[in-house]
Design a protein around this ligand. Structure first.
Ligand code: AMP
Length: 281
């Protein structure tokens, strides 16, 4: 593949540039940071054409959420893509993605997992995410698509969708990239005031405390994480221990600890994997 970055805005431009070899897609909403770059680096050797999509998807934002304010840094994003070895940036307009308008489109129903955890707080979010990802899969027709574990429920739901709808895309996850103090990189960290930025690593501290108690079983994990949250007085949306597919955690097996909290106005999410001991369940 050439080293020159091609920018495609439409299906036709995409088709002309995508090549005939295996295609790897990394979907993003732009405002790229080192977390996105890691996904791109993970994807680079997995195919011939590496495609990054940049699209702030209106259907995954509810009215009153931050669709308008979401950071848009297209020129800097292109530089990051070029450095990471991207061949093709797909940056469609809303009209290209939603020809009949975002409010009248056919949408993907995420099923029961779409209404727990993040879905309980943002009831229409995953419907929008799965719809845009399904459309990106249809337009880009990737062999492999790479997503971050940072948005763990999203990763699980996209895997489920790819399988349930037989989309023929190999969905791969990448570990969360963090600041030195543990805060997960996120485009939304730009919203944090200096005071909030200082408080923000508490989410990861709570997750670490929970993971450190893993040998003692599920109840100990939640208690340890909760004590960190209570000490700081975090405004918690949820703290949940699940199995890797977001079902009930099983003592003695791998599990996921997930947290969401408001730090001032901004809302942050994070999660870690752990292996439970058999403790008292
Ligand atoms: P976004 O642009 O926020 O929609 O994210 C695009 C992709 O980057 C998603 O698959 C995210 O899970 C992933 N991502 C975001 N932040 C991180 C991070 N800190 N580490 C790894 N992946 C991330």
């Amino acid at each position: 593949m050439t080293t020159d970055l091609v920018i495609a805005r439409t299906r036709e431009e995409l088709d002309a540039a995508r090549g005939d070899g295996p295609v790897v897609l990394v979907p993003t909403m732009g405002a790229l940071h080192d977390g996105h770059v890691q996904l791109l680096k993970h994807g680079r050797p997995l195919g011939e054409t590496l495609v990054a999509s940049i699209f702030v998807n209106p259907t995954q934002f509810a009215p009153g959420e931050d669709f308008e304010e979401y950071p848009r840094t297209f020129d800097a994003d292109l530089e990051r893509c070029a450095e990471a070895g991207v061949d093709l940036v797909f940056a469609p307009t809303v009209d290209t993605m939603y020809p009949t308008g975002p409010d009248t489109t056919v949408m993907v129903d995420p099923g029961p997992l779409g209404s727990v955890l993040e879905g309980a707080i943002r009831p229409t979010h995953f419907r929008g995410v799965l719809t845009v990802v399904a459309k990106l899969f249809g337009l880009v027709r990737p062999d492999v698509a790479v997503f971050g574990e940072k948005d763990y429920q999203q990763l699980v739901l996209i895997r489920q969708m790819a399988q349930a709808l037989a989309l023929g895309v190999d969905v791969q996850g990448c570990p969360t990239v963090r600041e030195v103090d543990g805060l997960a990189l996120s485009s939304r960290n730009a919203y944090l005031s200096p005071d909030e930025r200082e408080q923000a690593p508490t989410l990861y501290r709570a997750l670490r405390a929970g993971a450190a108690a893993a040998n003692d079983g599920p109840d100990a994990v939640i208690a340890a994480a909760r004590s960190v949250v209570d000490d700081i007085g975090l405004d918690l949306d949820y703290l949940a221990l699940t199995d890797p597919d977001l079902g009930e955690p099983v003592p003695g097996q791998d599990a996921r600890l997930l947290i969401a909290a408001r730090v001032g106005k901004p809302r942050l999410i994070d999660n870690v994997g752990l292996t439970l001991g058999s403790g008292s369940a």
